[in-house]
Design a protein around this ligand. Structure first.
Ligand code: GUN
Length: 284
């Protein structure tokens, strides 16, 4: 079997068009455009690239976006004041503080300061808790994007065995909650797992989110599995690699995401969907 490619670029583009159309309709009815504010602290080059992508995505679908850029030596108080100010803004639906933050700043305190109703990252404990009790509000963007990828395969996933590799707060844990909510039997493997190969071999749906290139032997993939690689790491030659050995996995899977062009665009789509969701809620 050779897998079909689960093309995140193509699927995200299609779904972005729907968001752009809804935005046009809102504005035609006299409402303001959905608004996203991104707070960036310091000069991490990768963060600058990510933030510029988010701003470009917003422009493409007709959202208002603004960037609040604080210096690398910003204090906790300065950052908290920035977030508090954005929480109070009527014209801003989504507030996102780009991570990682410089060491002097307490990132978790910042996450918990963002108004949960504007937490378009879905990282606030309120939003993670809502997902845990099967009443999702704002859903973490990567897990939301992966669910949209799975939906695009048209394969019913209820009852399937899903293995997630990686138990991070931002990806692995919310991914498990999403798949559980969708009726999968969920295994989360992590750095203490004793038998990663067996966990992978059992998976009808495999999602890896570790950031270790080649960690998953493609020959472990269950024949016919849906394989989603969230990992993305740049090697010495500048090439981007996923966690899963792609060529071998592709010979066994039914569907597989490429790296890059798989999950990345879907995470960005999730952010747009969340921002629109908040804007529409404000109208009600
Ligand atoms: N840094 C890298 N990805 C993300 C993201 O999705 N959200 C935030 N806030 N920071 C990030």
């Amino acid at each position: 079997m050779t897998a079909q490619i689960l093309n995140g670029n193509r699927i995200a583009k299609q779904l972005r068009q729907g968001i752009a159309e809804q935005t046009t309709q809102l504005i035609a009815k006299g409402y303001r455009a959905p608004g996203l504010a991104v707070v960036l602290v310091g000069d991490d080059p990768a963060s600058h690239v990510y933030v510029s992508h988010k701003q470009r995505d917003c422009a493409q679908v007709g959202f208002h976006s603004e960037l609040l850029h604080l210096p690398n030596d910003a204090t906790q108080q300065q950052l908290e004041d920035a977030v508090t100010g954005l929480n109070a803004r009527k014209d801003i639906d989504g507030v996102l503080v780009q991570v990682p933050l410089p060491d002097q700043l307490d990132a978790q305190r910042i996450v918990e300061l963002i108004d949960p109703s504007k937490d378009v990252d879905g990282f606030h404990p309120y939003n993670l808790g809502r997902l845990a009790i099967r009443q999702p509000a704002l859903r973490p963007c990567t897990a939301r994007g992966v669910m949209a990828l799975l939906e695009a395969t048209n394969i019913p996933i209820r009852g399937l065995d899903a293995t997630i590799v990686g138990a991070s707060n931002h990806v692995g844990r919310p991914m498990g909650l999403e798949l559980l909510l969708a009726g999968c039997t969920v295994t989360t493997a992590h750095k203490f797992s004793k038998n990663l190969a067996a966990n992978v071999q059992n998976a009808d749906i495999l999602v890896s989110a570790v950031g270790k290139p080649g960690l998953i032997d493609g020959n472990w993939v269950k024949p016919g599995a849906i394989v989603v690689d969230v990992g993305i790491t740049r090697d010495d030659q500048g090439k981007l690699n996923g966690d899963i050995q792609f060529e071998a996995a592709k010979q066994r899977a039914s569907w597989i995401t490429p790296v890059p062009g798989g999950v990345g665009p879907m995470t960005r789509l999730g952010l747009l969907q969340n921002t629109l969701q908040v804007a529409l809620q404000q109208l009600r």
